[in-house]
Design a protein around this ligand. Sequence first.
Ligand code: ACO
Length: 428
Amino acid sequence: MADTNASLQIGGKSFDYPVRSGTVGPDVIDIRTLYGKTGAFTFDPGFTSTASCESQITYIDGDEGILLHRGYPIDQLAEQSSFMEVAYLLLHGDLPNKSELETFVYTITRHTMLHEQLAQFYRGFRRDAHPMAIMCGVVGALSAFYHDSTDITDPKQRMIASHRLIAKMPTIAAMAYKYSVGQPFVYPDNKLSYTGNFLRMTFGVPAEPFEVNPIVEQAMRTIFILHADHEQNASTSTVRLAGSSGANPFACIAAGIACLWGPAHGGANEAALNMLREIGTPDRIPEYIARAKDKDDPFRLMGFGHRVYKNYDPRAKVMQKTAEAVLKELGVSDPVFDVARELEQIALNDEYFIEKKLYPNVDFYSGVILSAIGFPTSMFTALFALARTVGWVAQWNEMISDPDQKIGRPRQLYTGQAQRDYVPVGQR
Ligand code: ACO
């Protein structure tokens, strides 16, 4: 709904554009008719000032450090909810009542197995393949196995594909891990919770029963909830862009996984832990702080800074508490945690980081927890992809149902050669 207008002067002429207000957050200037009226485009590499869609799923106030899913603060969800409840909330808009939750959990649980032939797919990868390489391939390949849920014009098929993706992702990620360590795949056990089942498929072996440690299960649940969605981040925008052409949901989520892999996005948790291990002891922190501040050194403090948060990432606060609980329960005394805590304190009091509003993000402590639980660093981003699948499918469904949805097709500022004539090779 247009609340007011913004006017733009170009070449002595004035053009009016409606300003739209959301429930909360910055207004947007609706410039959809800009090119038609003025012949000009806007220029916004990295979309730092561009709202690419209308959404009702997640809200972030980066200045205040607030993250809401369908209106609920992330810390309340992380402390009180279950991952299945958050998945339902993101997909459907409201928290489920008891019977809705039971039905949802039952549905997800009944989709946890993978088509048996997909196991052959894994064996085609080298043993040292990165789990994210396997995830991209296997998730994309789901489209070849589940034809009955790829008609995106049918809301029922869209929901079945969403359930399948949420349900199968733990199985896919656990199998990627098992393959890398040369252990047999462990089939899902539907008596367990979503996270308990994932832990058993990852760390269990057929030779003996597996006991799920409740503190570890709780920590995994927290990590999954904290990663479930984060509005229009790079991988979610990738899923939306891929989906805007009508591609099937499995292909779209595979595209999201590919984008998430990068160290500036989902790969940052792996990079953060590697950095903390490289620093090794608190006395070496000043050296790394100096490198992060040096304009001629490409080094950045991994797990620090965020495009949207210019305050403490609310997820990082929960993550720090979880890290303490897990290390205590498992009796792990990891010097990396001491380095992390000290590095955080030093950076938070350093003029460079204060001025640029660089705070720890969700990835800063997650690696410490995952490592204590026993995951190799290469699995960290795969776990992020597992959890974020919930947000991706919710955002993908919202996009497909949006009557204003169009194929995503950005424009450009062309600075290459103007038209010129072809010259045969002998005359150049
Ligand atoms: N260490 C040191 N300096 C930094 C850092 C950092 N981690 N992050 C940003 N800066 C500096 C930049 O050098 C830049 O300085 P300048 O203005 O003097 O040129 C300024 O802060 C702004 O940085 P940009 O890169 O322009 O900010 P942008 O919003 O594009 O980047 C990003 C955000 C990619 C997350 C960045 O902060 C970064 O690379 N962080 C490390 C990687 C990381 O932790 N990523 C995880 C993000 S959260 C997630 O995906 C779940």
